[in-house]
Write a new protein. Structure first.
Length: 325
């Protein structure tokens, strides 16, 4: 079978921080996920443009925040709808149009999440703000912008999705997350293990089975916008299998065309960095060797090299401990 799904190694977002993008310059990423505010004109940035011209995909989240103001204060949807940020949004659109390459765009990532839902405006205002931005981009010639509607995909949030749907004419891709957070201190009730498939399935089935009655086209391509597991407590083999089982799971869900790995840490016990855990690294490497997925060989080579360096460092540290005794 020819590869039909691209597993894209994406830089972690680090909300409002450009460091992941800078780090990406030295790493063979297929896609880079970056964040900008509605008040920023320079989207894509020069670095993002370079990455796109080198053959990478760039996916930006245009956040309802003012990134040019200290602290990045949140911005109401009503002000976006009223046109307060039209000048900067037109600047983004013109730069994207000038790029002339596919450029993935999301507005207000995870609008269904508890900390966002009904905080910057109502779901109806979110939809109006989304459409306002899409219309403005299109009127400015950014026909190469690919609009990605991103939600958490968490079962408890699925009933919020109909009210947040901008409409088929305003969305090109549908995206949600697939996480396992067993033992993560930020999720104290997460005492079970969700496989990659178990994490992605609820939203997938909801879109396919219930989406049409809410006007959602179930045939739109799907992106797993973030995925990963923390090291599963007491079960290192389970951590390895979580990643190594991904290709088999993907083949059951034909709408999924892309997957992004979230490679970051949010708390000491919430560490999704693949290279920080040998079992996670081994599982990722096993998955990346599967023909169904399309991980660039440069990524596999980079991971192998990183693990070799880690092994050498461990050996040096072990010899140092032995001598000190």
């Amino acid at each position: 079978m020819e590869p039909t799904c691209g597993v894209w190694w994406g830089a972690s977002p680090h909300r409002g921080n450009v460091e992941p993008l800078e780090a990406a310059a030295d790493r063979p990423l297929d896609i880079v996920y970056t964040w900008h505010g509605v008040d920023q004109h320079r989207v894509p940035t020069d670095r993002e443009r370079t990455l796109a011209e080198e053959g990478r995909f760039v996916h930006v989240n245009i956040e309802a925040k003012r990134f040019n103001v200290q602290g990045h204060p949140a911005q109401s949807y009503s002000d976006i709808i009223a046109g307060r940020f039209d000048d900067s949004l037109r600047g983004q659109a013109r730069r994207i149009a000038d790029l002339g390459l596919p450029f993935f765009v999301t507005f207000d990532h995870e609008a269904d999440a508890g900390k966002r839902y009904n905080t910057r405006g109502t779901p109806e205002e979110f939809v109006r703000a989304w459409r306002h931005i899409v219309d403005l981009y299109r009127d400015s010639g950014a026909d190469n912008a690919v609009f990605v509607w991103n939600v958490t995909g968490w079962p408890a949030n699925l009933d919020r999705l109909p009210g947040l749907w901008p409409g088929n004419d305003y969305v090109d891709w549908i995206s949600w997350e697939a996480y396992n957070m067993t033992g993560c201190e930020l999720q104290p009730r997460w005492d079970h293990v969700d496989t990659f498939e178990e994490a992605l399935r609820p939203a997938y089935e909801w879109i396919q089975n219930e989406g049409p009655e809410h006007g959602i086209d179930p045939d739109k391509p799907v992106m797993i916008g973030e995925m990963g597991t923390v090291p599963i407590p007491g079960a290192p083999e389970a951590t390895r299998e979580w990643y190594s089982d991904i290709p088999e799971a993907l083949q059951k869900y034909e709408r999924i065309r892309a997957v992004k790995l979230w490679d970051g840490i949010t708390a000491p016990t919430c560490d999704f960095r693949v290279l920080e855990n040998r079992h996670a690294t081994d599982g990722y490497l096993r998955a990346s060797g599967d023909r169904y997925v399309n991980v660039p060989h440069q990524v596999r080579d980079a991971v192998d090299e990183a693990m070799e360096l880690a092994d050498k460092a461990r050996k040096v540290n072990t010899r140092g401990v032995s001598r000190s005794r």
